[in-house]
Design a protein around this ligand. Structure first.
Ligand SMILES: *Cc1c(COP(=O)(O)O)cnc(C)c1O
Length: 365
């Protein structure tokens, strides 16, 4: 007896591997493997979360009306065109579920976000990988990969795991080069970390174009990864299609309340952004000093830096050495990056500690 047969496209999925928080021998170490906020969560969000404990017997608002109103007010959007989900991961799955199926092709970049292949294959569609340009998004390569069968393109900007950023001119060129029956998903999980007034224009595109969905999350800058709140914005027909397959109660009361409170705490966000910008620059400069040992920091606009190892010290050895020194980072052989470590910008102590350990491993002292 063989039992029920899973769909063949499901068996082609390599399960998602989350960032680790303990070593093989169970030691607790600094977790710099999941791009979480080292400054924690807004105290206002924690308070709102705690208050939700008084209504555990109630279903959450399936329409997330208060959350949509708060997001619309903050970003100047139409609340009716906001979709939400259990993390932006769910929103990415909703997009693929509504706009890709067997026979269709879905494009994303080499070294793209690990959820795209899962969301794509789950629908029976075929993933198509566009080559990168020194780890960065290559708009020409994406446009060259488009065929009659293409129905979707995923681009994270900044990208994870590379941290690279495509400027507005490139995002506009990408959109202009796509047929309007191809859905362009612009994943803005790290939008809050982009330097200064730089804006890739994604939200403006989602506002006016019929085929652009922007996704955002409370998991990174807002420090609410535990509560799984993500959202997306696009043309009404896109949102309406995604609502048809959304789980009715995928975001909790506590999560909705905490997210609304977090949106209102602009000091927390400003502080976390300043912390990240300062230590990301310091970290990248320190890695540059290890250039003789073959270490290179890929320019990042996110809350992590991809370090590639092109000399005698391998990423695998550095990964193990950092673990011994008390830091878990992300080694990514499963994503075609056996020579790279993605390192989250942590607290000052953690950031200095990782650099000190890398200097030792590289033989710099
Ligand atoms: C972290 C991340 C997400 C989503 O996280 P959620 O916790 O599901 O909101 C989406 N896209 C990218 C590129 C990410 O790095």
């Amino acid at each position: 007896m063989n039992g029920p047969a899973p769909k063949p496209w499901i068996m082609q999925i390599a399960p998602y591997v989350p960032g680790r928080s303990t070593t093989e021998d169970g030691r607790k170490v600094a977790k710099l493997s999941s791009n979480e906020n080292p400054l924690g969560t807004s105290p206002r969000a924690r308070e709102a979360f705690a208050s939700a404990a008084t209504s555990l017997e109630r279903y959450p608002d399936a329409g997330a009306a208060d959350l949509r109103e708060a997001l619309a007010a903050k970003h100047g959007l139409d609340p009716a065109r906001i979709i939400y989900g259990n993390g932006s991961d769910e929103v990415l799955h909703l997009a693929a579920g509504a706009f890709a199926g067997p026979g269709d092709e879905v494009i994303y970049v080499n070294y793209g976000f690990a959820v795209y292949p899962i969301a794509t294959r789950r629908t029976g569609a075929t993933p198509v990988i566009a080559p990168d340009k020194d780890y960065a998004t290559d708009v020409d390569a994406i446009l060259a990969a488009v065929t009659d069968r293409t129905t979707m393109v995923f681009v994270a900007n900044p990208n994870n795991p590379t941290g690279t950023y495509a400027p507005r001119s490139e995002i506009e060129r990408l959109h202009a080069g796509l047929r309007d029956d191809i859905l362009l998903v612009l994943d803005h999980a790290y939008a809050e970390y982009i330097d200064g007034a730089d804006d890739d224009g994604a939200m403006a595109l989602a506002e006016r174009a019929s085929n652009v969905l922007v996704t955002r999350t409370f998991s990174k800058m807002y420090g609410l990864a535990a509560e799984r709140i993500g959202w997306g914005y696009g043309a009404a027909p896109l949102i309406e299609a995604m609502h048809r397959i959304r789980l009715p109660f995928s975001i909790t009361i506590a999560g909705q309340s905490a997210a609304i409170a977090a949106l209102g705490d602009t000091d927390f966000v400003a502080n976390a952004a300043a912390h990240n910008a300062k230590w990301r620059t310091w970290f990248s400069d320190e890695i540059a000093k290890l250039g003789n040992a073959g270490l290179r920091a890929i320019p990042s606009q996110a809350n992590f830096v991809l370090v590639v190892f092109e000399g005698d010290l391998t990423a695998e050895t550095a990964y193990k050495g950092l673990m011994d020194a008390g830091y878990i980072v992300r080694w990514l052989p499963g994503q075609g990056l056996p020579h790279g470590l993605r390192i989250t910008i942590g607290t000052e102590d953690e950031t200095r500690g990782v650099i000190a350990a890398l200097r030792t491993l590289a033989g710099a002292e």
